[in-house]
Design a protein around this ligand. Structure first.
Ligand SMILES: [Zn+2]
Length: 242
C-alpha cells in the first residue's frame, strides 16, 4: 500500500473572529436639553458573548476557580476617596445626578456602559451617574507633580452610592472585548504626556494588554498609563509602573 495515497486528515479550521467584535465599543454624541454636546462611551454587556468564537474547550470549567494566569499589570479603578469627592461634586464642579440604569430617567441607556469604580459594566436597575473625572489630578497631587495643562476632565460612569469597588475575585483586564480599539496614553513622573499607542484588543486580551503595557513601560520615562476608548477618548482605567 502506498502511504502517499492516504489522504491527510483535514486540519480543523480554527474559529475565526467575525466583525461582531468590532461593534463592542460604540460611542455616540447627543445633545442634552440645554443644547450642550455631551459624549458618552458605551460597552455592550455580555449578552452577545455567546456569539463569539469559543477558544477553550468546555473541560476548562473543571479547573479551580482561582485565576489560571494573573495579569502582569494591575488595572486600577477610581479610588474610593476620589469617588467620595465625585459624589459630592465632580471634577468640573457639578453636583451628581443619580438615576437607576434602564429606568425611564435613564436618558442615555446606561446599561452595559463601563463603571470606572467597579471595572465592570452597568447592570439594569443600579443607581449610577455620569460624572466628570480628572484621572491625572489626584495622582499628581500625591506626588507633587505638576501636570499643568495635561490635567484634563472627561465623562465616566460610577455607582451613585458607596459600592466597595471591583469584585475581589475578578481577574484580567476590564472592558477587554477582542476587537475593541483603545489608546494607551503614557505619562511621565510630572504628569506630562510622553507618547501613546493605538491598541486593538486581540483574542487573548490579557496577553495583548500585558504586551502593550510592557512596551509602554519599557520607556524609562513612563510612570503611568491611561487606557482610553479610542473613538471618544473616554478614560477607562489607569496602570502605574509596577
Ligand atoms: Zn462601583
Amino acid at each position: 500500500m502506498d502511504d502517499r495515497a492516504v489522504p491527510a486528515p483535514a486540519a480543523a479550521e480554527p474559529p475565526r473572529a467575525s466583525g461582531l467584535e468590532r461593534d463592542y465599543t460604540s460611542a455616540w454624541q447627543e445633545r442634552d436639553e440645554s443644547g450642550d454636546a455631551r459624549l458618552w462611551d458605551r460597552v455592550v454587556g455580555d449578552g452577545d458573548a455567546g456569539q463569539l468564537p469559543v477558544r477553550f474547550p468546555p473541560e476548562t470549567s473543571q479547573l479551580p476557580a482561582h485565576p489560571v494566569r494573573m495579569t502582569t499589570y494591575t488595572p486600577l479603578p477610581i479610588p474610593e476617596a476620589a469617588l467620595k469627592e465625585l459624589r459630592d461634586a465632580d471634577d468640573s464642579g457639578r453636583a451628581m445626578e443619580p438615576y437607576a440604569a434602564g429606568s425611564a430617567s435613564d436618558r442615555i441607556g446606561s446599561v452595559g456602559s463601563p463603571l470606572r469604580c467597579c471595572l465592570r459594566a452597568v447592570e439594569e436597575g443600579e443607581r449610577v451617574a455620569l460624572v466628570s473625572y480628572a484621572p491625572l489630578r489626584r495622582w499628581a497631587e500625591e506626588r507633587r507633580a505638576r501636570p499643568g495643562a495635561y490635567d484634563e476632565c472627561g465623562p465616566v460612569f460610577v455607582h451613585a452610592g458607596e459600592c466597595g469597588g471591583p469584585d475581589g475575585s475578578r481577574t484580567g483586564y476590564p472592558f477587554a472585548r477582542p476587537g475593541a480599539l483603545r489608546t494607551l496614553r503614557r505619562y511621565d513622573a510630572e504628569g506630562r504626556i510622553v507618547g501613546g499607542r493605538l491598541f486593538e484588543i486581540p483574542e487573548d486580551a490579557d496577553a495583548g494588554f500585558d504586551a502593550a503595557l510592557a512596551e509602554a513601560f519599557s520607556e524609562p520615562s513612563v510612570a503611568l498609563v491611561h487606557v482610553r476608548a479610542l473613538e471618544y477618548g473616554c478614560f477607562h482605567f489607569e496602570v502605574r509602573r509596577p
